[in-house]
Design a protein around this ligand. Sequence first.
Ligand code: SF4
Length: 374
Amino acid sequence: MFADTSTTPVEVRPISPWVRVRRRGPLLIPSSESASPGIYGVDLTLGCGHFCRWCHVREAPAPMGRGRLLYDPRLAERLVDRLDSLAETPRAVCLSPRSDPFPPSREIVRVAEEVINVLLEREIPVIVMTRGRIPRRLIESLAARSHLVRFAIGLSTLNRSISETLEPGAATPRARLRNVKRVLQAGLTCELRLEPLIPDWTDTRENLIPVFAALRELGVRELITHYLFLHPAMQEPFQAAIEPLGWKERLDDLYRGGPVFTLGSAGATKHLPLEARRTRLARVVAWAAEQGLSIRTGTAQNPDLSSHPHKRILAQTQTTTAETANRATRHSTVRHPPRRGTWKAASIGCDLASSRASHERRGREAETPAHSTG
Ligand code: SF4
């Protein structure tokens, strides 16, 4: 039996010190050129202040000092110069492929707001991916330019203890629900990322039904999800988080024999065995349908699923889910904001993934020279 994570004391990692630097490396990192030309990613920090246990993004490279997180307070000014030097205006810019634009630091949040404003003043669409607390004033200020802004908010539980164990620096689940509510009320597009699903931990009915119900209440109709994948860079922090809870052996068992896929520049990643993933995803899809939500999952994390004969079962479940969601939408008193702008949800999902992958590759190439203390 697993430990009851709702009552287990959690160790919260202290927030590492932020270090100001003058950024000298590339600011705008193009996504995979063939898949999404003209789409760039920009990270406000080197390292991420949320320290999600499953994430292979870690703090600054060792030469800069372990546990340090670097940022350039004048990033927005440098971005103006960079945009002026481009031959073509970006089609969209994603914040942030390899970090979070809203970590628990007022200074970084200020930089994030400045960067977003620089982009919007030039009518450049902005995609903001976050598990942090989005300032209310920023959301309100974006309402007038809702056609240019898209948020992607990550959330996998409403259980604060699980959240603090898995994502110790991120905003609380309730704070993220408030994000969703304000973003939707402002008429902005909000993509919900139910990730990662961790087998027998965050993919349980007990964990997910409250999440689905809360999101449904806010007017959300669709989620994107994928199961946890294992990567060498997250092994140490993730195992440190789950070992006291007695989960390590269980996860080892669940992932034993699972396929290894190359995920962009992240390289080799280990996944749940196909049959377990298919069965579990179908179950999650069915639970979401009960709440009037539909679920999508990425082909990048499930290349075997899309070619598997059993995919029909998942597809049928999804169709049923979509019908249920449509019915629920018709009867709902909460209006889902219209999707506006020139980009589509599905393509943005791909763009985000490819932007992240491309950014990671280039980030590795330019790791230490990209920043210097100043
Ligand atoms: S917020 Fe995103 S980039 Fe930051 S640690 Fe968590 S998953 Fe990784």
